[in-house]
Design a protein around this ligand. Structure first.
Ligand SMILES: NC(=O)c1ccc[n+]([C@@H]2O[C@H](COP(=O)([O-])OP(=O)(O)OC[C@H]3O[C@@H](n4cnc5c(N)ncnc54)[C@H](O)[C@@H]3O)[C@@H](O)[C@H]2O)c1
Length: 264
């Protein structure tokens, strides 16, 4: 759906463990639609694993290692990417981290670290990418937030929730600032998604022994559709917003949560 000739930078294109993450599935969908994909991840092997999936379907991908919180690394990544594929037309701001806990469990350093990845990286990348988008008269940004950024979902996840809320608002502000330059910016808001990261990130909240069967059962039960979503179900929403089919959609959010937020 993302139209050929596009150069798509997927930040957080890898997966934090074997299996399908949202960034990996999104990268494959973008490549399948003919876009050239820059699979950017702080974990080189994870970026390469995504590139292998894309090569497998005959798509075009440049895997690059880089930390989206580091300005010099992003300058380097964008230089290489532009030399290989030309200017970036589409940014998928997907990389995100978190730490469970509320006020007492969250240090100021935790909040700053999580904010750097979840929020400041969008500022950093937008500053670098938007001038080129203005010059070319088109551009697109899709951010990946979380239902935790708009609702309390049953357990304290303070730094994650606060930074995802900020990400939603920053994306909206980008949309408003650049709407008259044909640059669109939207956010996908996933609910409870069955990706490899949940064991490490939130497993202990759902099962004291981090038993994945128990974690899955409890997460499934919370959702009105009685199951978690898949990385692909989120990736399709991202691909739609990144495509020309969404050419009149900007400054909004698309919730992909099996009805979860309706409960709160
Ligand atoms: N899985 C869920 O239930 C869920 C729900 C709501 C929202 N989300 C959001 O969706 C996005 C993807 O989640 P996922 O479950 O597919 O995650 P994941 O952890 O499997 O993948 C994220 C990738 O981002 C990379 N990354 C992290 N920090 C980085 C940095 N500083 N620079 C470059 N790369 C970095 C990681 O190495 C990893 O490969 C995240 O923003 C997450 O917050 C996930």
């Amino acid at each position: 759906m993302v139209d050929a000739e596009k150069v798509v930078l997927v930040a957080g294109a890898g997966s934090s463990a074997p299996g399908w993450s949202i960034g990996k599935a999104t990268s494959v969908l973008m490549a399948r639609s003919g876009a050239k994909v820059i699979a950017l991840d702080s974990n080189a092997e994870a970026a390469h694993a995504t590139a292998r999936e894309i090569e497998h379907i005959g798509g075009i991908c440049l895997p690059l290692q880089g930390d989206i919180t580091r300005p010099e690394e992003m300058d380097h990544v964008l230089k290489i990417a532009t030399e290989r594929f030309g200017p970036v037309s589409t940014l998928i701001a997907n990389a995100g981290i978190g730490k469970t806990g509320g006020i007492q469990e969250t240090s100021v350093a935790d909040l700053q670290r999580i904010q750097q990845t979840n929020v400041e990286s969008l500022l950093l990348l937008s500053k670098r990418l938007i001038p080129g988008m203005i010059e070319r008269g088109a551009g697109c940004i899709v951010s990946v937030a979380s239902v935790a950024g708009i609702r309390y979902v049953g357990y304290p996840h303070l730094a994650y929730s606060v930074t995802k809320a900020a990400l939603i608002q920053m994306t909206k502000l980008i949309a408003h600032e650049y709407a008259d330059r044909n640059i669109r910016a939207n956010t996908v808001i996933p609910g409870l998604i069955d990706t490899p990261r949940i064991q490490k990130n939130v497993g202990a909240v759902f099962s004291s022994s981090n038993d994945m069967e128990e974690v899955r059962k409890k997460r499934d039960a919370q959702v009105p559709m009685k199951r978690m979503g898949t990385a692909w179900e989120v990736a399709h929403a991202i691909a739609f917003l990144a495509s020309d089919q969404a050419s009149y959609i900007t400054g909004t959010e698309l919730i992909v949560d099996g009805g979860l937020t309706g409960k709160y």
